[in-house]
Design a protein around this ligand. Structure first.
Ligand code: NAP
Length: 546
């Protein structure tokens, strides 16, 4: 990278380094965006809070962390050479392997030289006179760029539970997304896990293998389904390499970019026997098939949803020996698939082990974390280690944690106080030249597939602006209104939008996030891309370009 040149600084002020673009975050989206903008010949700086790259896969080092999407559908698809030189070892790779992969990508494309680690962005303010963004890091250093690209991730602002006494515990306590880099051993230890989402489930099934005693504090159970992971054989590896074009073509076609796609049949269009056989087949198959490859009406028709929920409840009862514990593990407040389905490997069997106990904290609430452990309404528990698998201030949380201000000093957090408003999840009106990757109201699904699309869309817009000597892009208010209406319309009738979860922006640990909003785009990924393609094809009429 050319050394950043110095802009004319106001008298007395230190010179400010100048970049064409600043990217916040060195995860999968920030990495690819850096690569694409450098291809345009731009001077780019990536600021990353962590000590290394990899985003989600850098931070989430908790025991048992691994893919829930097939490894070969998850990696970057943009480079044929990269695809041919990397072999995944398992169908669902563990976190250390994914982090190695991302470091390999960074080395291969020489990305690290434009990344600055230990650099958390505290503020980003748009300056109209410069048609660009002033960015301030937590250490007080100031930087300026024409374009600001947020690659902050939808699940990267971890939240500790709002329970009295958090912080007073004298043993070891870690949030899963802030896990220590040195291995933590559980042998001989009394361990508590709070939280039973996808992260908690992966953690629990791993910790249960070695802990002297594991106590799981569950508020609401989730519907989990088997992952069916296994190593990739050499023969499979050869086939995967040859099939990459087909694998990614399929991901482009499916509803949420996974290899699985809804079955065109309705739940009640088949006989009860056929239905049961189909559920059995899905339950025995690897990955998200049972969630996103199920009958087409499973997530819209309550009666159809009840059929699959009853099926999975029967499985839980078969797998958990103590009927009382089995009932505790069966969700009552939402149907199968209406929250993110945690994929598991012998998770339910964990509760058959003598070293594991389950505490239902809706019955006996946690009153406080004490120096020695956890006190509920009916017992005092002592622990050596507490694991907080309590999730994230999802989707908008990472934006809220940065002081982002647009035209006239308007704060993004205030603008989104009643829920996010965006144009295609990429632009926010009044925040010119700020482009969001995986922002609110984008299609999420198999995230790298969506990332690649968003990055390429942003790159095309920036290329067009540079070719036409344009220096300012903002979303028109009517375009934002139309998109926001569209997002609401495609979410109508979806059972998942009637349930509290991070999908609907609810986090009981965050002030002001107790009520449901439309946080994500819940239409199909092909429909999302069609909308965005059309905008580009029609020369960005929905944007005010100058
Ligand atoms: P989550 O799904 O939001 O789960 C958080 C858990 O903590 C829930 O069980 C929640 O209970 C509990 N909790 C939160 N605050 C609490 C409190 N004050 N007291 C007691 N319990 C509390 O978060 P996550 O498990 O970290 O997963 C987030 C998302 O990350 C997933 O849905 C998934 O998209 C992604 N993820 C992906 C993978 C993968 O691909 N392999 C793995 C892990 C995570 P309630 O349900 O009652 O709120």
């Amino acid at each position: 990278m050319a050394a950043p040149h110095e802009t004319q600084a106001p008298a007395g002020a230190a010179p400010v380094p100048d970049y064409d673009a600043i990217i916040i975050g060195a995860g999968m989206s920030g990495m690819y965006q850096l690569h694409c903008l450098r291809e345009l010949g731009m001077r780019v700086r990536v600021f990353e809070a962590g000590s290394g790259l990899g985003g989600t896969w850098y931070w989430n080092r908790y025991p048992g962390a691994r893919f829930d999407s097939e490894s070969y559908s998850y990696g970057y698809s943009f480079s044929k050479e990269l695809l041919q030189e990397w072999d995944w070892t398992e169908h669902f790779a563990p976190q250390p392997e994914t982090l190695r992969y991302l470091n390999h990508v960074a080395d291969r494309f020489d990305l690290r030289r434009d990344m600055q680690f230990h650099s958390r962005v505290a503020a980003a303010h748009y300056r109209e006179s410069a048609r660009g963004w002033d960015v301030v890091l937590e250490d007080g250093s100031r930087h300026h760029a024409r374009f600001l690209i947020t690659a902050v991730g939808p699940l990267s602002a971890p939240t500790l539970p709002r329970i009295e006494g958090v912080g007073t515990f004298q043993g070891e306590a870690h949030h899963t997304s802030r896990w220590p880099h040195e291995p933590l051993r559980f042998e001989g230890k009394r361990v508590a896990v709070i939280g039973t989402g996808a992260t908690g489930v992966q953690t629990i099934q791993e910790v249960a293998k070695t802990a002297a005693q594991l106590t799981v504090f569950q508020r609401r159970p989730n519907w989990c389904a088997p992952l069916h992971n296994r190593p990739i054989t050499e023969e499979e590896q050869r086939r995967i390499r040859a099939d990459y074009p087909e694998i990614f073509r399929r991901c482009q076609e499916t509803f949420s970019c996974f290899l699985h796609t809804p079955d065109p049949r309705g739940t009640f269009e088949v006989t009860p026997e056929e239905r049961e056989a189909f559920y059995e087949e899905l339950y025995a198959s690897p990955g998200f098939g049972i969630w996103v490859g199920n009958f087409r009406d499973m997530l819209t028709d309550p009666a159809a949803n009840k059929e699959i929920s009853d099926f999975v409840a029967r499985k839980i009862r078969q797998r958990v020996r103590d009927p009382r514990v089995a009932e505790m593990l069966i969700p009552r407040d939402h149907g199968f698939g209406t929250r993110r389905v945690p994929l598991e490997t012998r998770y339910y069997e964990v509760y058959n082990q003598p070293n594991v106990r389950l505490v239902d904290i809706t019955e006996t609430p946690i009153e406080r974390i004490t120096p020695k452990g956890i006190r509920t309404s009916d017992a005092e528990y002592e622990f050596d280690i507490i694991v907080y698998a309590t999730g994230f201030d999802a989707i908008t949380g990472s934006f809220d944690r940065i002081d982002i201000r647009g035209l006239g000093g308007q704060r993004l957090k205030d603008k989104w106080a009643q829920g996010p408003q965006t144009f295609m999840g990429i632009l926010a009106e009044g925040f010119p030249n700020m482009f969001m990757l995986m922002g609110p109201h984008t299609a999420l699904g198999n995230i790298p597939r969506s990332i690649e699309y968003n990055v390429e869309w942003v790159t095309d817009l920036i290329r067009t602006m540079r070719e036409r000597n344009l220096t300012r892009a903002d979303a028109r208010p009517e375009a934002v209104a139309a998109w926001t209406d569209h997002v609401k319309a495609v979410g109508e009738g979806l059972l998942s939008n009637e349930v509290n979860s991070w999908f609907t922006g609810v986090n009981t640990n965050v002030e002001g996030k107790q009520t449901r909003i439309i946080a994500r785009y819940s239409g199909s990924a092909p429909a999302y891309r069609a909308w965005c393609d059309e905008v580009a094809l029609k020369e960005y009429r929905e944007l005010a370009l100058a």
